[in-house]
Each structure stands twice: as structure tokens, then as C-alpha cells.
Design a binder for this molecule. Structure first.
Ligand code: 5GP
Ligand code: MG
Length: 179
């Protein structure tokens, strides 16, 4: 008997697992074109980019090392800027390396702006960003991804690593939730 994972109420499929796979393959092609055979260090921004990063890495043919960082933003009522906690524990592994930050979604840009600054301070050989999803109209900082999977309007999405209160990361598709 096949049991499918629970979907959130009032949601609809935005991208199927197959559509995501095609896009991840296309992104890997773009990444390979830029780096050629240079070794890179992929840095997955946890938890959201876990699934995307795992699939993306397996489409890359050059030598790849993997590190992770944890970023969480708290957009509490008490703050308008959004407190952001970023920890780069793998600093030693990024010095003089071609670093590719892999993120699930680029929204306001605060997370990746902070992370990019932290990583640049470590003095990598180069720094680029791959984001599966991009919501350009939400941006409040001056940051763009070098590799983008899907550019989407201002929707809240879950699945393929993205959560709602910690759930639905295991969905193979990306769904938009109606508010
Ligand atoms: P930013 O700092 O760019 O505003 O936020 C990026 C982070 O916010 C993402 O890494 C992700 O964790 C979260 N986020 C932004 N938009 C969405 C969304 O539509 N769905 C989910 N699940 N998380 C989102
Ligand atoms: Mg994230």
C-alpha cells in the first residue's frame, strides 16, 4: 500500500518533483559552466536547503566539498528589522576556496546578505550564491543570486526542504499556501 505524505490545507502544487528535478539539473549545468573543473565548497544553509543541496550536488561533476551553516531569522513583533542569527562554524574550511552558498529561497535577502558578509570576511577564493527560489519583489537588501531555479511572486511556499512550523519539508513537490 502506498502512503503519501500529509499535505497542508489550502495549498496547491506550484512545482512538481519532476519540474524541480529538471530545474536543478539546469542549475547544475550553469554552475559547471562557471567553475569548469575547479574544485568548489558547497555550503548548505540549513535546514531549508538540505534537500535541494543534496540533489544539486549529485548533478555536479567537479570535485565538491560540503559544509553547512545554520541561519534562522526571527521576525518577531518586537523588531522591525528581524533578528538574524548566523553561525559559520566551518570558517577554516572556506579560506581560499571557491564557495557556493546554497539556499532554499531568497526572500527579503537579509539572511544571504549577512551570510555573504560573514563568508567574505573569511577570505574565500570566490563566493557565489545558488537559490532554488527567488522572490525579487520582497527584497530589502542589495543582493542577487548567481544561480536561480524559479523566480516567484510573493507567495508562502512549503515542501522540498521548506517548512511551515517545522513541517512539510519532506514533500517532494513545492506547494503554495493560500492565506
Ligand atoms: P530572507 O532573509 O531572504 O528574508 O529569508 C530567507 C529565509 O526565510 C529562507 O531561507 C527561508 O528559511 C525563509 N522563507 C522565506 N520565504 C519563505 C517561504 O515562502 N516559505 C518558507 N517555508 N520559508 C521561507
Ligand atoms: Mg532558509
Amino acid at each position: 500500500m502506498e502512503i503519501s505524505p500529509t499535505r497542508p490545507d489550502k495549498s496547491q502544487v506550484l512545482y512538481t518533483g519532476k519540474e524541480i528535478a529538471v530545474t536543478v539539473e539546469r542549475m547544475a549545468g550553469e554552475i559547471s559552466t562557471v567553475y569548469g573543473n575547479e574544485e568548489i565548497t558547497v555550503v548548505a544553509v540549513l535546514h531549508g536547503a538540505l534537500i535541494f543541496c543534496a540533489d544539486l550536488m549529485r548533478e555536479l561533476d567537479m570535485k565538491v566539498q560540503l559544509e553547512t551553516v545554520t541561519a534562522s531569522s526571527y521576525h518577531g513583533a518586537s523588531t522591525t528589522s528581524g533578528e538574524l542569527s548566523v553561525r559559520v562554524q566551518c570558517a577554516d574550511q572556506l579560506v581560499d576556496r571557491h564557495v557556493l552558498l546554497v539556499e532554499d529561497i531568497l526572500d527579503t535577502g537579509r539572511t544571504l546578505s549577512r551570510l555573504s558578509a560573514e563568508v567574505m570576511a573569511i577570505k574565500p577564493k570566490s563566493l557565489r550564491i545558488a537559490a532554488l527560489l527567488d522572490k525579487p519583489e520582497r527584497r530589502v537588501t542589495d543582493i542577487t543570486a548567481d544561480f536561480v531555479g524559479f523566480s516567484i511572486p510573493d507567495l508562502f511556499v512549503v515542501g522540498y526542504g521548506l517548512d511551515l512550523d517545522g513541517r512539510y519539508r519532506n514533500l517532494p513537490e513545492i506547494r503554495a499556501i493560500h492565506s
